[in-house]
Design a binder for this molecule. Structure first.
Ligand SMILES: *[C@@H]1O[C@H](CO)[C@@H](O)[C@H](O)[C@H]1NC(C)=O
Ligand SMILES: *[C@@H]1O[C@H](CO)[C@@H](O)[C@H](O)[C@H]1NC(C)=O
Length: 497
């Protein structure tokens, strides 16, 4: 969801040779030469990393082979001038989804959720599905962490053969990665001479607008897919052709995130106390959980301020933060203590309410158990593309408190959650969206709502129950697969004329 988390240079596990082969596979020599020219400045370090990567794989021959095949389209060029005859039952049409499948991160997990939804719920498709890595560098760790069946699917879909003029390409990344890319990545759409049926850009932003360069890139696409009505209006207001912008919501795996399937995670096994005294064994706290990347945008400052002002050591409450680094180190405990010392917060006579950081790695498979261990989820964010943790918490039937602005307005209502009012808009002061506006959630209201949820837990639980119902009805993979298939069908028919 975090579009600018997919910037280049984060997972510097580039494989130079695979990239060159990739370029060559689409037989466009000019790009190859360009890439060579660009790459020469990096050659030394990248070659070194490539060697390391290869050595890592060599120790695991199966993995090596599968990844090598995956990373080397050279072995099996996708767009053949004269395709082999295919079984009659197979459609000649292709959807080639290009995304950071091997990178991890926001767009990566989003792309996987679409692909898995399409693969599992589109049983008699009018098109074949193909995937290609694009938009960010490959991460060996991420690939290794994927479940076996996902890896197999990746390899299978990677080897789908498509004919260029029968193919709809989806470039799922930030517009800076689209052809011609502003940084080194597999070009999307592939090839200099575009002879595809259609090319779709799939993207989103977390602020109130789209910058001019990105607007231009969006308008060069045949369609631009965005996940929410918020994006439809911000994109159109910024100058993207309204006839090109289409809303396609994001799926959530409601079977995986199903509270009935899990026992709560034992928080004591993962927690690290930052503020407040330890709880006596017999007592159990009301647990607020927040999940976010450690960046200003996520409003962790607002959360700490509201929570520490509202609650104290006698309230029987605890705030758990599952966070990971964003251009920072991971000493979050100290960052929190520092924040509190530098703020005007006064320590209550009964002591600080408890704040815990979860500092051991929570595997994806344990994530539902973490939500299950919480009583409520809270995220006073300043802006979200989609808000994946919010949706996950809602699928887990948790009462959710989150800012009523940007992506989450697509699915948060007063019936299924606690939409937090925006106090004012504020200017983004750093990063790629400098000068844009995003929301400043009300810390005062957040205090009131957190207290309210704790004191009216039956009401809160009813909203959580409603939240799960809504997630199933609107965003279950089969529902989203149908939306995708319908839209692709329309595009295939339109471009047939
Ligand atoms: C697609 O390209 C092939 C050659 O690669 C050509 O024979 C065919 O007529 C083209 N089809 C369409 C619909 O343009
Ligand atoms: C949330 O924002 C929408 C507009 O985006 C507004 O219509 C709605 O009333 C707001 N809800 C609350 C609870 O503030």
């Amino acid at each position: 969801m975090d579009s600018h988390e997919n910037q280049p240079g984060q997972n510097q596990t580039l494989s130079l040779t695979s990239k060159l082969r990739k370029a060559f596979a689409f037989y466009f020599l000019p790009i190859l030469i360009l890439l060579l020219a660009i790459s020469f400045t990096f050659t030394n370090t990248n070659l070194y990393k490539t060697q390391l990567l290869r050595r890592t794989f060599s120790s695991n021959p199966n993995l090596f082979q599968s990844l090598l095949r995956f990373l080397s389209p050279f072995l099996k060029p996708r767009t053949k001038p004269s395709p082999k005859p295919k079984p009659i039952s197979r459609s000649p049409f292709c959807v080639l989804w290009m995304a950071p499948f091997l990178s991890g991160g926001g767009y990566s997990s989003e792309a996987w959720s679409y692909i898995l939804a399409l693969h599992e719920h589109n049983k008699t498709p009018s098109f074949k599905l193909a995937i290609e890595h694009h938009g960010d560098s490959e991460s060996v760790e991420f690939w290794e962490g994927l479940p076996g069946h996902t890896k197999n699917l990746a390899i299978e879909l990677y080897n789908t053969e498509c004919t260029m003029n029968m193919t709809v390409v989806i470039c799922h990344s930030e517009p800076g990665a689209w052809y011609p890319p502003l940084f080194e990545t597999t070009p999307c759409p592939p090839g200099v001479r575009r002879n595809f049926k259609a090319v779709i850009g799939r993207t989103m932003f977390e602020t109130d607008r789209v910058n001019a360069e990105h607007v231009k890139r969006c308008n060069e696409m045949d369609y631009v897919w965005v996940p929410t009505d918020f994006h439809v209006s911000t994109f159109v207001e910024s100058g993207v052709d309204p006839f090109k912008v289409v809303k396609i919501v994001q799926p959530i795996d409601v079977k995986f995130f199903d509270p009935l399937q899990y026992k709560p995670l034992n928080l004591r096994s993962v927690e690290s106390l930052v503020l407040g005294g330890p709880t006596r064994k017999s007592k159990s706290n009301f647990v607020f959980l927040s999940v976010f990347k450690w960046e200003y945008r996520k409003g962790w400052d607002v959360l700490l301020k509201a929570y520490l002002e509202e609650f104290s050591g006698v309230d029987g409450v605890a705030l758990y933060l599952l966070t990971n680094p964003y251009h920072s180190d991971s000493d979050f405990g100290n960052k929190i203590v520092e924040f509190v010392e530098n703020s005007d917060l006064e320590k209550p006579v009964t002591g600080w309410a408890q704040v815990y950081v979860i500092d051991s790695h929570i595997a994806q498979t344990d994530l539902p158990r973490l939500y299950k261990a919480a009583d409520a989820f809270v995220l006073p964010t300043r802006g979200e593309g989609w808000g994946r943790p919010i949706v996950e918490a809602m699928a887990m039937s948790l009462p959710v408190i989150a800012t009523n602005w940007s992506g989450p307005t697509e699915y948060m209502t007063e019936e299924n959650s606690y939409p937090l009012p925006v106090e004012r808009m504020s200017k983004v002061t750093e990063g790629p969206f400098r000068g844009h506006l995003w929301a400043e959630p009300s810390a005062k209201k957040l205090r009131v709502v957190m207290r309210h949820v704790m004191n009216n837990f039956e009401e809160a639980k009813a909203r959580g129950k409603k939240a799960r119902e809504n997630m199933i009805r609107r965003f279950a993979p089969d529902v989203v697969a149908n939306i995708l298939a319908e839209n692709i069908q329309i595009i295939l028919e339109e471009s047939d004329e």
